[in-house]
Design a binder for this molecule. Structure first.
Ligand code: UD1
Length: 343
């Protein structure tokens, strides 16, 4: 018998994976982490262990190496998988698409194949609001049509959603939920885990915190001439702990057999649109500091605005975002300070 209260977290050493491991353990699940540390290190695992007091098993394995990955299924009796292990840099994926297709597709195919071979039942896939592209109607619901992807990264998200849809339709013993993340930000309140990008951050909040810490000289705000109130882009910034809890809700739903069909999709956001300027100003205010920033040209590929209609997740998952933007931006700064030994 498989253990319904045990979850394999692939990519569990990373930013979203580590926070999710913590919330799973808090909810009474056993967690096994598999990660090849290609974009993370052991500090994520150590942070999870320190926060939870649980000696979480960690296996250093590449999910693309099916034989090696199969050993994890041999050794542990988890009935559910949350698959985070993937590359996620949009620009890099345009420059080197095959790197993204090979890694993101093959690892996901292996997960599903191994679930079938070893009789495991539930899977959560990390999808993204990127699948909506520049949507005609806002906020976007799960029924809003997907737009053709503009990067290989975005395309792997769409393709994996489709693989999951087809697999769950053909193999009814497998249930799947795709969570479409909006913009995850912030860190655990303990500041023991958080986002630690390698090299120059591509995303807004790590760039802000590194600028505040003096690691970067000046934040560039990409565009102030968009058709929005203050001219900067609008996004739905979701607190990382809230996002982690959405995964627990998704696993609970499948473990309890409450999912209405084999494959479901949920938006995971706050439902609130925040501009880049508003985010920067809120960061300055709640952390009582001044940020060095300038307006720069638009960044290629950015959409003007996207934020979530979260009605479905609120109702079906019984989940909603709870932490305020203020709390979240404080946690982001606390984490950066800890990483940089500030104060
Ligand atoms: C990006 C990806 C998205 C991916 C997500 C993963 C693009 C177009 N989209 O989302 O597909 O799922 O990351 O984390 O790359 N900004 C600045 N200055 C900066 C950095 C960002 O002004 O130094 C602005 C951007 O123009 C955007 C907003 O901040 O308006 C958020 O940017 P970012 O954090 O990179 O997230 P997305 O682009 O929304």
């Amino acid at each position: 018998m498989m253990n319904k209260k045990s979850v394999l977290v692939s990519g569990g050493a990373g930013y979203i994976g580590s926070h999710t491991a913590v919330e799973l353990i808090a909810a009474g699940y056993d967690v096994v982490v598999a990660d090849n540390l290609s974009n993370s290190d052991m500090s994520g695992i150590e942070g999870v262990r320190a926060i939870t007091g649980v000696d979480v098993p960690f296996i250093n394995v590449d999910c693309c190496d099916k034989q090696a990955f199969a050993q994890v299924f041999e050794q542990y009796d988890f009935d559910s998988v949350i698959h985070f292990a993937a590359f996620k840099a949009v620009g890099e994926s345009v420059a080197d698409p095959m790197k993204y297709y090979c890694n993101n597709l093959l690892s996901f195919i292996n997960v599903i194949d191994l679930m079938r071979e070893y009789g495991r039942h539930n899977i959560v896939f990390s999808s993204s609001a990127t699948v909506y592209g520049e949507a005609e109607e806002l906020p976007v619901t799960e029924a809003t049509e997907r737009k053709p992807a503009t990067s290989a990264y975005g395309n792997t998200k769409q393709m994996c959603e489709d693989i999951l849809r087809d697999a769950t339709a053909a193999y009814p013993e497998i249930k799947g939920i795709a969570l479409r993340y909006f913009n995850p930000i912030g860190a655990h309140p303990s500041a023991l885990i958080g986002e630690l990008p390698r090299g120059v951050p591509q995303n807004l909040v790590p760039y802000i915190t590194q600028t505040a810490a003096g690691v970067r000289e000046c934040l560039s705000i990409f565009g102030d001439d968009y058709p929005t109130e203050d001219g900067s882009c609008l996004r739905d910034y979701i607190d990382i702990v809230d996002l982690a809890k959405a995964h627990v809700a998704a696993i609970n739903r499948m473990v309890e057999g409450k999912n209405q069909c084999g494959y479901e999709i949920f938006n995971v956001g706050t439902g609130r649109a925040v501009s880049v300027f508003e985010l920067v100003k809120t960061f300055e205010r709640v952390n009582n500091l001044k940020l060095n920033y300038k307006v720069a040209p638009r960044r290629a590929g950015d959409v003007v605005a996207v934020w979530a209609d979260t009605t479905l997740a609120n109702k079906e998952l019984g989940w909603r975002a709870e932490r305020s933007l203020e709390q979240t931006l404080q946690s982001a700064w606390e984490w950066e300070k800890r990483v940089r030994n500030i104060e």
